[in-house]
Design a protein around this ligand. Structure first.
Ligand SMILES: [Zn+2]
Length: 356
């Protein structure tokens, strides 16, 4: 069930951010603790940089521009989960009666002392199960050639050789694919992989253009979905769970060379179409510290959007790459004549003449 805005605010207001932080394993002393990304800090954040405000229910790191937020953000970051999963976890841990009110049957408990009701947790799904489901979904999709995605891509100056090379797909047969998947895997597994929502519907009804994240052997365990409709606010949807590696991983082959690091699949494909070695991260803040090793021997040009969020994200990525001594530079930092520079608010696709 989707929580209303009021319910979320009420839940946040009723929780102590320090208590939640401690439950997540952080050692909070006098409202402070070490940053989750010590490698971004001088001396591994020996003097704690992360502070909590009990009154405002917020946390922030003084160094990392992306390490800040409320109690839900904190759970999302530390458990590497979605917003909804974070809310569910908070309820399970701290407000189990709220979960019960929402129709989950209350398990019997002999303990009257504790307000916390133990709920059996479903076993984790294995990587293999997850991969099978994702591969089966991708197989049921169509090449973009004869679909509404064709014009969308052409307008953005992304053409057929790139569609084919990167195996772009479109969810044409929404109803049929949905039924086939349920028959094959059962709804529960599909929901846990994140392909189906809590109401039992296949996601991506409005996000039908699918970018598979191919690995070095052209298999795909992850994908990003995009809407081609103008009026849909959320343009992209990521599959729940960990992003295993950057988009277009083949480029990161360990051989010396340049690589352009872009934000989102569209920007990445824009450069791929110009025969530039480009990889993508799903969002401006989604670069993972554990990905740094993929960039071994590469000279990285960071090409995030020319805006506030892009600049902050760039700073974080630079710090991570610098810490591992991977050479990097920011796109546009070279002395280019004004007309060749990216304008404020532009992304790589705009820069290369893509139309919305
Ligand atoms: Zn930090």
């Amino acid at each position: 069930m989707q929580d209303s805005h009021d319910e979320i605010e009420q839940l946040k207001a009723s929780l102590s951010i320090t208590t939640v932080a401690e439950k997540l394993g952080l050692n909070v002393v006098k409202g402070r603790c070490h940053c989750f990304y010590p490698m971004r800090h001088a001396h591994g954040d020996r003097t704690p940089s992360l502070s909590f405000s009990e009154e405002r229910g917020l946390f922030r790191c003084f160094v990392c521009p992306d390490v800040r937020g409320d109690v839900i953000t904190l759970v999302e970051m530390l458990r590497d989960c979605s917003f909804n999963e974070a809310v569910r976890w908070l309820k399970d841990e701290f407000r189990p009666w709220m979960a019960v009110e929402q129709g989950t049957p209350a398990p019997r408990s002999n303990s009257t002392q504790s307000a916390v009701v133990e709920r059996p947790k479903p076993p984790e799904i294995s990587e293999l199960q997850r991969m099978k489901v994702v591969l089966s979904f991708l197989k049921k999709l169509d090449p973009v050639d004869e679909t509404p995605a064709k014009n969308y891509l052409i307008k953005r100056r992304i053409f057929k050789p790139v569609w084919d090379k990167m195996r772009l797909r479109y969810l044409t047969r929404y109803e049929e694919v949905s039924l086939e998947l349920v028959k094959e895997f059962g709804l529960e597994l599909l929901q846990r992989v994140g392909l189906f929502n809590e109401k039992g519907n296949l996601r991506y009804f409005k996000h039908r253009l699918i970018f598979p994240y191919l690995d070095s052997e052209y298999r795909s365990m992850y994908f990003q979905a995009r809407t081609i409709e103008r009026d849909v606010k959320q343009k992209e949807m990521n599959l729940a769970g960990k992003v295993p590696y950057p988009y277009n991983l083949q480029v990161l082959d360990g051989k010396p060379g340049w690589v352009y690091l872009c934000e989102g699949a569209i920007d990445t494909l824009t450069l791929v179409g110009r025969s530039m070695p480009a990889v993508g991260i799903p969002g401006v803040n989604s670069f993972k510290a554990e990905w740094v090793s993929y960039f071994k021997n590469k000279n990285v040009v960071i090409c995030l959007d020319q805006d506030e969020a892009g600049r902050n994200g760039t700073k974080v990525i630079q710090e991570l790459l610098n810490a591992s001594e991977i050479k990097n530079t920011v796109n546009g930092s070279l002395l280019l004549p004004e007309r060749f520079r990216m304008k404020e608010g532009e992304d790589m696709n705009d820069y290369f003449g893509g139309k919305h």
